[in-house]
Design a protein around this ligand. Structure first.
Ligand SMILES: *Cc1c(COP(=O)(O)O)cnc(C)c1O
Length: 271
């Protein structure tokens, strides 16, 4: 990895912290590999509030996908760390931050698109000479909780047009974006009390995906031509530290694990 030396040298984690991170990362990875029912699950290591030194330690153990919730924190870390890292933005996207976010060359995906306005702003903000399309996922509010952002889910019997419209808009009007799939946070607050509730959210996201794919196909927008998804299918990003095993069993393609790798965080975040 000699060619990927970061442009700024950063403090390194202590030997003890490095060993601790390598151990928890290896354990989570093993569980992801053992549990996943999809062929190539992606583990996104969620490093919000954690120092760049922690990210570097995981990167050196072969971890490439990292998730961040705050644009400024992401910009700072991205400038200090290897360009080979694939950054996933998983926080609330404000249209006025789209430009800053889009300026990160190795931004790999934005998982939290929840409006036509945000998609348009992001598409417009991306540099013209960006070598690849930016992956985006639409955030779906599967639990219906008012404190969660996202578009209402779809089912074969529901007629909510928002999600179909947003997906069509991304595919047909945002040439620098690639609609990769759907993301949900699920009802974490209930997760300690009831596994059933979590599984309900995972099932809701799957049904939403299947229904959306049917709608897109009926509009002549097939995924086979590479216009959206991966291998003709929209991918699912669901599962966090407390529920990633259940999410993988339910068919998740992308899990986002923070605490399970990096340890606990200060408790001030809201998303
Ligand atoms: C913080 C966060 C995560 C990681 O949560 P953990 O419980 O620490 O694994 C995953 N997804 C989103 C959207 C987050 O904000």
């Amino acid at each position: 990895m000699a060619s990927t030396t970061p442009s700024v040298s950063i403090a390194r984690a202590t030997a003890e912290r490095t060993a601790e991170l390598h151990e928890s990362l290896a354990e989570i990875r093993a569980r992801v590999q053992q549990t996943a029912v999809v062929t190539e699950p992606t583990l996104v290591a969620v490093s919000k509030y954690k120092p760049a030194a922690d990210v570097l330690a995981c990167f050196e153990a072969g971890q490439l996908d990292f998730g961040e919730n705050y644009v400024q924190e992401l910009v700072e870390k991205a400038s200090q760390l290897s360009p080979d890292i694939r950054w996933h933005f998983i926080g609330t996207l404000q249209s006025n931050k789209a430009k800053t976010l889009a300026s990160i060359p190795n931004l790999y995906a934005v998982q939290t698109i929840n409006s036509i306005k945000a998609a348009t702003a992001l598409n417009k903000a991306l540099p013209e000479d960006r070598p690849s399309l930016l992956n985006v996922l639409i955030q779906v509010n599967t639990s219906g909780e008012s404190n969660k952002s996202g578009i209402p889910p779809l089912s074969p019997t529901s007629s909510s047009p928002d999600l179909v419209e947003l997906a069509q808009h991304i595919i047909t009007q945002c040439p620098r974006l690639h609609l990769q799939g759907l993301m949900t946070i699920g009802s974490l607050v209930e997760s300690l009390a009831s596994d059933e509730k979590e599984n309900e959210d995972f099932e809701t996201l799957k049904t939403t995906r299947d229904t959306l794919q049917t709608h897109l196909a009926s509009q002549g927008l097939s995924g086979e031509g590479g216009k959206w998804g991966k291998d003709g299918k929209l991918v699912l990003s669901m599962g966090m530290s407390s529920d990633f095993v259940a999410a993988l069993q339910a068919g998740s393609d992308i899990v986002r694990v923070g605490t399970g790798i990096f340890g606990s965080r200060p408790k001030k975040e809201t998303s």
